[in-house]
Design a protein around this ligand. Sequence first.
Ligand code: HEM
Length: 441
Amino acid sequence: MKDTKGISKVSRRHFYKSALGILRNPLPFHHHNFEKYGDTFLLNVGMGREIIFSRDAAFAEYVLQKNQKNYKKSEIQTKDMAKYLGHGLLTAEGELWKKQRKLIQPAFHKKQLAGLLDKVKAAIVVELDKIRTDAPMDIFPVFNDLAFQTVVKSLFSAAVGQQEINRLQYITEAAQKMLVKELRQPYLGWYFKGFGKIKKHLDLTDEARQILKRLIEERKKSGERQDDLLDMLLEARYEDGTAMSEKQLIDEILILFTAGHETTSNALTFTSELLARNPEVQEKIASEVEIAKKASGDLMEFLKQCPYTQQVVEEGMRLYPPVYFIDRVPLEDDEFEGKSFPKGSSLLFSMYEIHRHPKYWKAPEEFRPERFSEARTSSYYPFGAGPRKCIGNNFAMYEMVITIAELVSKFRISGAKGEIEIHPLITLKPKNAILKFDLRK
Ligand code: HEM
């Protein structure tokens, strides 16, 4: 890479020597490099590709917020992911993204979300009923279904049958898994293409599009309002008074399924694993929730009465941010605090490292939810930053606080063994989250 001044370089030899370990879990390799070369370093990953890694929060803010106009997303989202999911908010760029964000943003405002909370809670209660108390169980699949159900029910209310929900969930997850394979094993591209693997997954997403098309048409025909996200998206108008095309609406729904599903289930699983290791935190949540439930039946009021439960979720995402890397590419040459990088270079910000950097956090490796009772720190990015910050952040927080509140008021969680295991793929996933659940009453 030309013109990278002021950035330490990690040798290609060092990268190749660590290649096997990196494939299993790249985080220790990155941590080692940050400790050795500083908060920003350049890694040569072979085949003429270099990546600038950073755990400098001010640099992340510069790129994601202050000078965001000079940056675009990498092709992982705008091309590879878009191949299956189309061009919705997460994968779109430029004018299309701007137009869509402006149109969709109001549907995710707190006031609008208040009207969805009863549907969200109903879905959560049904899924939490599936937790077994007779033996330890892996909690991830429960939260995985829970996160999908809450997005589907918020979009379509009761209009989708369970079989269709299962099919949509299967397709969303299959496309995501295929994408992970393509990204992790690019040298197998010939095989994925030649043996019809890509085509099979494109056909699957076409099937999901057909299901969504039918659901949208049925809603339009019914003429009935459900006050759900679908109604809001159907009623949204661009500046010129027109509505979203059906194709664009379908792309946006596929994106909401993907963006809102795995991230939330990862965060809920990690939080439960932390709770299993911290019974005193469970007791604090249980008493907060008991008081909040007595105070009001209104869910928005209830959420306001649960600041500690919210801090627990926030601390869970500090230690285990589901989106553990955020990438950007400069449109023009740029520089930040003596480091220069040319247009087209790959920048990767490690939110995992920023969230655990001793420069920004006291006792960063410890689980201390109370740290979030103080004024928010600027070195915390579970939902990103700047104009492309997660549009579903409030939705996700409400959903997670209600879930943890319900979970802890129903069960005591225990049975955690050893360290929390992670599986870093496109998102930071949990592994072997086997926990024991005992009814409180
Ligand atoms: C714990 C849960 C979640 C986490 C940690 C999370 C994290 C993120 C992050 C970090 C980004 C920005 C990516 C970037 O700048 O490159 C993002 C974008 C996005 N998220 Fe989330 N998200 C979560 C839940 C949700 C939910 C529930 C929804 C919707 C129902 C959602 C929808 C989106 C969309 C549409 C974008 C793209 C926004 C844009 O580019 O304008 N997310 N999310």
